[in-house]
Design a protein around this ligand. Sequence first.
Ligand code: HAM
Length: 425
Amino acid sequence: MSQKVAGVKGMNDLLPGEIEIWQHVEAQARELFGRFGYGEIRTPMVEDTALFVRSVGEETDIVGKEMYTFNDKADRSLSLRPEGTAPAARAYIEHSIANQEPLTRWFYAGPMFRYERMKTGRYRQFYQIGAEAYGAKEGAQDVEMMDMVVQFLERLGLKDITLNINSLGDEVCRPTYHAKLVEYLQAHREALCGDCQKRMEKNPLRVLDCKNEKCQAIAAAGPNVLESLCEPCRAHFDDVQRKLTALGVRHVVNPRMVRGLDYYTRTVFEFIASHPALGTASTVGAGGRYDKLVKSLGGPDAPAVGFACGLDRLVLLLKESGQQFTVRPDVFVAVADAGSHDAALVLASRLRREGLRVEFDTRGGSLKSQMKRADKSSAEFTLVLGEAERTSGQAKLKPMAGGEPIPVALDEVARVVRERKVVSA
Ligand code: HAM
């Protein structure tokens, strides 16, 4: 026997039965984000490695440890995208979008890749739905975006999700905070992990999201970023909070939240679910403002804010919610005798053209086996086609949930099924 080839660890197949949930989530996002004026972008799955090094940051776990990086045949270093913000910014610059419109709202959905330690809700190929808004520095843009995520989660029927917010300051006040943080960390140097001892010099904020428990405890007792904010950053953060309150968006200020990517300035936020199905992978969506990124990648001085939700995690929550996502077939067309098989194939084709979802067993087989399949398909009706039906042009629609069979002319099937569905719906 030939040896089986297994899928890559941490990368999942999505099959019918589950894919309907994914499609539902994506459809809800598309519809809602459209209401907020977001247009869809699709960028390549692979980018120049330098894009992520210069944006997400060399010292982050994402770039330092988790990227799928390889050299192509021309010896260029490429990486599978670990996130969508940097590719979107690259496209924004490359297509000179800032010259064409002052305010740009984009969304995207697709797979991202990070070589992470796998567990529930944490995969190596995972999916994000995200959005980015360029051109507005005002807190209103941050709040509009958080409101969009809140409405998205509401539409999905997901509850018990807490919005955490923080401000990381800007290039004026961040150095003050860095200095305080480094001073504090120096005093605890010996207790930090090896990685953090290095991070402390190069990028002290990264110590705050180290996964090592000892480092986390030290970080938790360290200086509070909000106490170092300069006046404009303080005013921006106050404005964001006031506007969230005006919209009735409940939020918690969490001064320990720093996010795992380097490009953020001012507002950062995370939506954290409390459902046990997610284990420690409880952040279902996150983002923040990054006013300096576009310029640092060679583009115009465009402020921006964005977020991304982890689809895999949303789907895990929806699976637990008891909601139904699979769509049942309307009719199962069964064949009573071999001589009626072609006529049944023609009938099924016509009903599909008329808009019905039709199941038909192309293998034929006994009526008993077809009825078993009809049951399994959870079709609403079964219609048996045999010589008698072909000759008379009349058949019966059998409701699979029970009840009297409904007499129907063969050329009226679609209309009757539709009427009955409206009545029972
Ligand atoms: P992030 O926090 O790295 O941010 O990821 C956003 C979300 O993607 C997470 O909250 C989580 O739901 C999901 N996610 C991340 N890694 C995994 C994984 N290994 N498996 C499953 N789900 C995962 C960003 O990526 C930023 N680009 C967000 C952003 C957009 N900031 C501004 N604009």
